[in-house]
Design a protein around this ligand. Structure first.
Ligand code: GTR
Length: 423
């Protein structure tokens, strides 16, 4: 199918750009500016992308544009010095139905360099061919995904929210026993294992602690301070997801053809960028990823480019700053990031109360990624209408908007489990 620039006719309320300041958050569709999305199926020179072979070239062009202008280039692949150190194995986990493994992925030769601690929980009974597996990035440490004392508490620096300090879950940026299971509602291990799938999760701060320190620590310190168009934290976390997959590839009980990358919010942005770059991921899940994730930047609804670059200067490449209050100049928009998952399954999930993340913008990105899927002989969303609440739609591009707030819930997991089993 041929595509051309997509003129989208949204209510035109033309305010001069300078009238927007960081404090003028748009929560009213009438204030969304008119915009034209860059076409996924047009090369930068304006010529059409007509065949799957053309798409491979266009894909490379788009990856390069996202690297240069948004997330920064990833300067290293899999390091030669990387090694996997099994540290723990527990049979009969979760009342006998699961096996727990902890593996430390070292990125440099000595034991002092940066590492990633991977927690793998899989069903005790593994069919021939292995289990489908979610690589999920977590916010508080692997011990946060379940209260079991079998899970090792992270040694890494952790962020400290006020409530985590007050309840003694975090002391001096180190996690304590009290933080066990503090993210458990987002990681229904029993449900995942009962559905015959595995979870491989790691703490994103192992790769890069989530604060703006001029890239003195984490993986950036090992590979050198990034240049203005090199990886920020999202790029680094995405790289970590690929290294987790390197490790899983050595495990015969994992079905290599059915590994999904999954993240919520800033880690949903990360999952999209990881899946865009690393085609070994058979499925890409963006849970409430918002600005810099699945939401279209040009809509400027909820969080927008200037705000995210100001609040989190370390997440993106410095080059992304050029687009503060200047989204129309971006050579890409986020539907093209979603399209970079094609022809693999991509799942974009929104929550109705999560207006900061612009659920409609997330839906439209999924919708406008579909032409690429169709070119590759796959079905996209199957509807141009934003679906009703709690109704999953789509085929290789899936979407739902669930009731409730910015979070990961059982409803979301139910859909992700169905999706991974459809592969
Ligand atoms: C918010 C940020 C969002 C989202 C979220 C999260 O403060 O504005 O872009 O990433 O954090 O990751 O929880």
């Amino acid at each position: 199918m041929r595509s051309k620039a997509l003129p989208l006719l949204f209510p035109l309320f033309l305010l001069p750009m300078s009238a927007f300041s960081q404090d003028d958050v748009i929560y009213d569709e009438a204030l969304v500016p008119a915009y034209t999305l860059p076409a996924p199926l047009l090369f930068e020179d304006g010529s059409p992308v007509r065949t799957p072979e053309d798409w491979r070239k266009r894909r490379a062009e788009l990856l390069d544009l996202f690297a240069k202008h948004v997330y920064g280039r990833t300067p290293v692949g899999r390091p030669d010095t990387m090694r996997f150190e099994p540290r723990k194995r527990v049979e009969g986990f979760l009342g006998g139905k699961a096996t727990l493994e902890e593996i430390r992925i070292h990125f440099s030769e000595g034991a002092d360099g940066p590492f990633l601690d991977l927690l793998v929980v899989k069903p005790s009974q593994v069919p021939a061919g292995g289990v489908p597996t979610f690589v999920g990035l977590n916010f508080t440490g692997n011990h946060g995904v379940h209260p079991s004392p079998e899970i090792t508490i992270t040694e890494s620096w952790v962020r400290a929210r006020k409530d985590e300090i007050e309840t003694g879950q975090v002391v001096d940026h180190r996690a304590t026993e009290k933080s066990r299971g503090n993210q458990a509602s987002r990681w229904p291990l029993e449900r995942i294992v009962d559905a015959g799938a595995a979870l491989a999760t790691f703490y994103y701060g192992d790769i890069d602690p989530d604060y703006d320190d001029g890239f003195e620590n984490g993986i950036h310190a090992l590979f050198g301070k990034p240049g203005p168009d090199e990886w920020g934290s999202i790029g680094a976390w995405a790289w970590g997801a690929s290294r987790a997959l390197d490790c899983l590839e050595t495990d015969p009980t994992i079905d290599k053809g059915r590994v999904a990358v999954m993240g919520h919010s800033r880690l949903g942005k990360t999952a999209l960028w990881a899946g865009a770059q690393d085609e070994r991921f058979a499925m890409v899940i963006s849970n409430n990823s918002g600005c810099g994730g699945a939401a279209l930047s040009r809509r400027r609804f909820g969080e927008r480019v200037e705000r995210i670059n100001t609040s989190f200067p370390h997440w993106f490449a410095d080059t992304f700053l050029r687009y503060n209050e200047n989204e129309a100049a971006l050579p890409v928009d986020q539907h093209q990031l979603v399209a970079l998952a094609a022809p693999r399954l991509v799942y974009v999930a929104s929550a109705v109360e999560d207006r900061w993340a612009d659920p409609k913008g997330e839906f439209l990105a999924a919708l406008h990624a579909a032409p690429v899927y169709e070119l590759l002989g796959q079905k996209g969303l199957g509807t141009a209408e934003h679906p009703p609440l709690d109704t999953a739609v789509g085929d290789r591009v899936r979407y739902h908007i669930r009731s409730g707030k910015h979070d990961v819930t059982d409803y979301d997991w139910e859909q992700y489990l169905k999706a991974i089993h459809s592969l």
